[in-house]
Design a protein around this ligand. Structure first.
Ligand code: PMP
Length: 416
């Protein structure tokens, strides 16, 4: 009976796909992100890529790591190569509690669930809470990988604006009022409070209690995604939302930006009741996170000056941020504005109305510079006057050259 068949997915698959009729309806929400599509062109050596958000790992101590990997094999033996618990390696969960204390969070190791990067945390949390048609509130713009997870579970995203102090509390109140009036089920607020991806802004301290309070009042959970929290350029560490209301905040953490993204180790710190379900969800997704990689992270934390290492990362990113901000100031035409990140990887640029950043991108790539068009960071089609510029990876010289090329493209676009 055709009326019971799931809607044909709009995934860009063509008619030659013999499986077209078989895909689950939810695959309709699975489309390649604009940013992923960019990677192939942006990684050509002649192109200065300000598009990707790849952490710059050059400062990692490879000799130390190599010795530590050897020690793990020698000391842990086959245990390191065996399945482990879905919950994660206990020693690492203890260490994560110490890291969480830096953000004012009192955590119990039982409430920490290790994930394959915080991306898996996002996927699991959405899987646990969202039925098709449920609403997730997120900053506008928001992290593209989170939007991908929400869309894969057929949740509807309602964006709330930010200003230079982060998420605007009144905007959040209004979005919740509107959703309630429309009879929609809002499942959670997804927020990146520190050094936002892609906006580069940080939620002001004074706003934090207010955001937590609004969500409490409306019975809405908070999902706090904080991969950049320890990468504040002045070494400042903001109190996590989780520290203000532990029972109503699910916190997502990651070692991708503070250690090594390729190890794919992150964590979820959840209210006690949610943690059980998370472990079950994790088990059905991966059985357990990779034992060996968890041991690498754990040993690194136990025997290396990891705080000193983060300081090196911060200095490296700070130098690049400075290069980008001064190049933007020097080269970008009048009418452009941008955020002033105090940590993290990204600057969010707004261009004059006559420019469409998505349409301009192929011309920018021809001029040998790539950026991420703002449209990829909204679920509702906004963002064509914005772009995200990442300063994390290229050298300061390449950043300057990239911004100079970008300015030339923008100027000719504005003349059109
Ligand atoms: N959240 C945000 C805001 C991110 O920027 C990223 C990575 N770019 C992630 C989550 C995913 O990080 P990972 O899975 O590597 O921990």
């Amino acid at each position: 009976m055709t009326e019971n068949r799931p809607a044909k997915p709009q995934t860009g698959r063509h008619n030659l796909d013999p499986h077209l009729e078989r895909y689950a309806a939810r695959t309709a929400g699975m489309t390649a992100s604009e940013i992923r599509a960019l990677f192939a062109v942006a990684s050509r050596p002649e192109v200065v890529s300000l598009a990707g958000g790849m952490p710059n790992l050059a400062a990692l101590p490879l000799d130390t790591l190599s010795a530590q990997v050897g020690e793990i094999i020698a000391e842990e033996g086959l245990v390191a190569l065996q399945y482990g618990s879905a919950h994660g390696v206990p020693a690492l969960r203890d260490q994560i509690c110490e890291i969480m204390a830096l953000e004012g969070v009192k955590a119990h190791p039982d409430d920490v669930v290790i994930t394959v990067g915080s991306q898996m945390g996002l996927d699991m949390v959405t899987r646990l809470f969202c039925d098709p048609g449920d609403v997730v509130i997120a900053e506008g713009p928001s992290y593209v990988g989170a939007l991908g997870s929400f869309s894969a579970y057929q949740a509807n995203v309602v964006h709330v604006a930010m200003d230079d102090q982060g998420l605007v509390p009144e905007g959040l109140r209004e979005a919740l009022r509107q959703a309630e009036k429309a009879g929609q089920r809002v499942k959670f607020l997804y927020t990146i409070p520190n050094f936002h991806n892609p906006a580069g802004v940080t939620l002001a301290i004074e706003r934090r209690a207010e955001i937590v309070e609004i969500c409490r009042e409306h019975g809405v959970l908070i999902v706090e995604d904080n991969p950049y929290g320890l990468l504040g350029f002045d070494g400042q560490i903001y109190p996590a939302l989780r520290s203000l209301d532990p029972d109503n905040v699910v916190y997502l953490g990651s070692f991708s930006k503070t250690f090594a993204s390729g190890l794919r180790v992150g964590w979820v710190l959840a209210p006690h009741a949610v943690r059980e379900k998370l472990v079950l969800a994790a088990e059905s997704a991966t059985l357990c996170p990779p034992t060996f990689n968890q041991m690498i992270v754990s040993r690194y934390l136990a025997s290396h000056d990891w705080k000193g290492q983060i300081k090196k990362f911060r200095e490296n990113y700070r130098e690049r941020r400075d290069a980008m901000l001064s190049a933007l100031q020097q080269y970008l035409p009048a009418g452009c504005s941008w955020t002033q990140p105090e940590g993290g990887f990204y600057v969010w640029v707004t261009v004059p109305e006559s420019v469409d950043t998505k349409a301009m991108l192929p011309r920018a790539v021809t001029a040998r510079v790539a950026y991420a068009s703002g449209t990829g960071f909204y679920a509702d089609g906004l963002g064509s006057r914005q772009m995200r510029l990442s300063y994390c990876y290229p050298t300061p010289e390449r950043i300057r050259e990239g911004v100079r090329r970008l300015a030339t493209v923008l100027e000719s676009e504005m003349d059109l």
